[in-house]
Design a protein around this ligand. Structure first.
Ligand SMILES: [Zn+2]
Length: 276
């Protein structure tokens, strides 16, 4: 499932590919439910003729701004991918939405699990204002993070996965950040000491930036894995310290890494570095 670094990598790749400034000449929808808003028919009519003025990210959403009006939000959910190809390339299975551009390229939304969603909206804040702070933004301060954690009686792992608490994290980077900060995922948020909050506040951007630098995490070769534009794999798997390293040594203390279930999610901990 793509998380902040993977979505960030896709946004960077689309910008490098020169998509900004292109005009959409046509849209085709092959799986109706991918279009969450408006109706697929209205989506195709409205998006035609729109010129892209910016491509950015908020949390795990890709955000396309258009000149004059409207914004396209894409959430990849479990298995969504963005393909950028020449218009004459054969349509692959699972390519559910195709946007054609005036330069002869096409953006294709590929989604084996079909949970990904697109929204064409007037005001993106109607969707994005439900998200918590951006962990890589300057306003994600220690003070703000401390205030938010102190109010919560929830277990840390599900809290950090909650997009309304903090935007962009998923299973991989939460496990990595908690290991980095030497905090157990089953700790109650409000029980953290100031020193622990400070470690976690430092660890979250650290693991996200490492993920971005390595162009995202692609695990194994499964069909639903993350691939960026042009179907490029991420390189971050080798640098993961704890995620999916069950039975291997903790890179810090050589204790065997354990897998536990927290809030129904598979979770990886070092029982020595991350004491409950
Ligand atoms: Zn350890």
């Amino acid at each position: 499932m793509p998380e902040l670094p993977e979505v960030h990598t896709i946004v960077n790749d689309l910008n490098v590919a020169g998509l900004v400034g292109n005009t959409i000449t046509a849209a085709r929808v092959f799986w109706q439910r991918t279009i969450a808003f408006p109706s697929p028919g209205a989506f195709c009519r409205t998006i035609k003729g729109k010129k892209i003025s910016a491509i950015t990210r908020r949390g795990k959403y890709l955000v396309f701004d258009f000149e004059n009006s409207h914004h396209l939000l894409i959430h990849l959910r479990m298995s969504g991918r963005i393909h950028l190809v020449e218009a004459d390339s054969k349509r692959l299975e699972h390519e559910h939405v195709i946007l054609s551009f005036d330069d002869g390229k096409q953006l294709r939304f590929h989604d084996t699990r079909k949970f990904g969603r697109m929204y064409l909206v007037d005001d993106p804040e109607n969707i994005l204002n439900k998200l918590g702070p951006e962990p890589l933004a300057g306003d994600f301060t220690l003070k703000k993070f401390t205030g938010r954690l102190n109010k919560r009686k929830r277990l840390l792992k599900p809290l950090l996965l909650d997009q309304a608490f903090l935007a962009g994290l998923g299973n991989i980077y939460v496990d990595e950040a908690l290991w980095e900060a030497k905090i157990h995922p089953c700790r109650i948020a409000s029980s953290l000491s100031n020193a622990e909050i400070q470690s976690l506040h430092r660890a979250i951007p650290k693991v996200l930036k490492r993920g971005i630098k390595n162009l995202g995490t692609t695990l194994g070769t499964g069909k639903t894995n993350f691939y960026s534009v042009a179907r490029r794999r991420g390189q971050n798997e080798e640098t993961l310290k704890i995620f999916r390293r069950t039975g291997l040594d903790c890179p810090r203390c050589r204790t065997t890494v354990e897998r536990i279930i927290v809030g129904q999610r598979s979770t990886h901990v070092c029982p020595k570095c991350q004491k409950i």
